[in-house]
Ligand binder design. Structure first.
Ligand SMILES: [Zn+2]
Ligand SMILES: [Zn+2]
Length: 216
């Protein structure tokens, strides 16, 4: 049984997720902690819950999602995993960070790459990796179908969709990812986006203005 905690970190109000199960093995998705106080918050939670961090995952490599990568990797001795198509995005994060007022971003490179369709394991639990490009070229979502949990980064938000006005983005690819990868997960699937509150596939299918415009 997967349990998880959400933290809202950095100036972009980015959602960082810690997932664990009864074994107390845990993975961190998109650590966005950018200040000492945010790093302390994350570390204290992990200590209090007695979690053993065994994985560091990025849905994509936009700067707001990677700010805590170096801290997590160094503190818990875990290598970074993301999709290879987002490596160029990761490489530009360092250049872009100062534009957003971030002075101390420390880049780390992936230890290995995620592949669409593979499974990531921790404890007795698993997450399926879905490739959902568009907002970023190597964007992935992490899904557990038994518990209807989907950690999907910046693809689909409550009432909105991911931006596609950055280099490397594609609106067409984003809509295709939503229609062919996310909507088939079923109405009961809970969506935990990279920003803002959780939603469900059913809610978005029925009320998201971007999905009601009749793109396909
Ligand atoms: Zn993003
Ligand atoms: Zn984001």
């Amino acid at each position: 049984m997967i349990r998880f905690q959400t933290f809202v970190f950095n100036a972009f109000a980015e959602n960082t997720f810690v997932l664990w199960d009864d074994t107390l093995e845990a993975v961190i998705i998109d650590p966005g902690c950018a200040t000492q106080s945010e790093r302390d918050t994350l570390k204290k939670f992990i200590e209090t819950q007695k979690l053993k961090i065994i994985g560091l995952l990025n849905t994509h490599a936009h700067v707001d999602h990677v700010l805590g990568n170096a801290f997590v990797s160094r503190t818990y001795h875990v290598g970074l995993r993301l999709h290879e198509a987002d490596l160029p995005v990761l490489r530009t994060a360092k250049m872009l960070a100062p534009n957003y007022g971030i002075r101390d971003y420390e880049e780390i490179l992936p230890e290995s790459y995620l592949v669409g369709g593979e499974r990531v394991y921790f404890g007795e639990s698993e997450l399926e990796v879905l490739l959902v490009p568009g907002h970023a070229p190597g964007h992935v979502a992490f899904v557990n179908r038994d518990q209807n949990l989907c950690f999907s980064g910046d693809v689909l938000f409550r009432g909105s969709i991911g931006r596609t006005d950055f280099p490397g983005c594609s609106h067409e690819a984003l809509m295709n990812s939503i229609y062919t990868q996310l909507l088939p997960l079923g109405d009961a699937m809970r969506i935990f986006p990279g920003h803002g509150p959780e939603t469900t596939i059913g809610t978005e299918r029925r009320s998201n203005p971007f999905l009601l415009q009749g793109f396909r």
